[in-house]
Design a protein around this ligand. Sequence first.
Ligand code: HEC
Ligand code: CU
Length: 345
Amino acid sequence: MFLVGAVASAIGIAIGLAIDWFPVEATEQASEVDFLYDVTLVIAVPIFVLVMTVAIYSVLRFRVSDDDESDGAPIHGNSRLEVIWVAVPTIIVVALAAYAWIGLLALEEEGQNPLRVKVIGQQFAWKYEYPAEAGMPAKQTTDLVLPVNRPVQFELNTEDVIHSFWVPAFRLKQDIVPGITTAMRLTPNRLGAFPVVCAELCGIGHSTMRQTVRVVDATRYTSWRGEPPSPALSAGAPGTDSADGKRLFEGTGCAGCHSLSAAGEAAATGPPLGGLDAIAAARAPGVSVEQYIRESIVDPTKVVAPGYSPEGMPQNYREQLSPRELEALVSYLSAVSKESGGKPQ
Ligand code: HEC
Ligand SMILES: [Cu+2]
């Protein structure tokens, strides 16, 4: 039994650690949360295996035989066993709680010069308020845009019922309760666009309470702060050459999901975007590579890359990107495609 248990635990732990359970880590805090998950897994798998081995062994070994259906001898009182099975779980649970508590204190530490953003939940959308700072006026918006590598402090309120503000890639989630202000601190450290989700059943439209947070570089953040609210990316519009396209690819979050060796990125949430010529020719015969890229961005569900979910790609680039920005991205990606000789990278 012991051998079977040890082997099964080792296999279970190896599989548990090998599976990539979570989306990319996009904050400094994320690795700490994921590590806690791994620790819990390493402890939980052997316990699960122990319970199952004893249960299965007992079922097989002490099975009632056809000719003897009498009850077994009543067993009562084994103080040593009882002390063990109370003490061991108590120690494990207290140790895990202490570890989690220390981790929580670290997660909630205030960073230097935090950006304070108010988050307002309402049925069924998120709104944000940025304070006036460094010459930039206060801003109310439905877009959440954060500068990379700067600590953020969210203050969360609701206009109606309980909601829960959750960005899976940030690994943090906070309930928002009527009448009180809750808080959440984090430091985004990865450029990209990540889903914002409501994690508290808040009414009939709960499942539609999804938006996107974009983590951008400091320059892009400052220029976004200066713009009138939505459409978020239009002002200070760049020209349409492919250098702007490269900048946009990195600055608007594409690079958070797509790999593209020309831009030095290696993200894998979306398909690699090298060699789109060949892909366009195979998937949409008769459509130019430019048109294929354009439609992939503004209408991502039209042609879906095999093996990827149509919801994987943000659905709102049609509103988010100005026509000039869209064209800059198209010309950049089609140029990259030609450089790579049409081979997927
Ligand atoms: C949150 C992750 C994510 C972000 C951000 C994202 N994409 Fe995507 N993208 C995907 C996924 C997943 C797919 C595959 C599903 C599909 O084809 O609609 C995809 C598909 C595509 C395709 C089609 C590829 C093919 O093989 O057919 C193109 C082109 C594309 N994205 C360009 C972009 C550009 C340009 C941006 C930035 C403006 C961007 N994406 C931002 C996830 C993302
Ligand atoms: Cu909600």
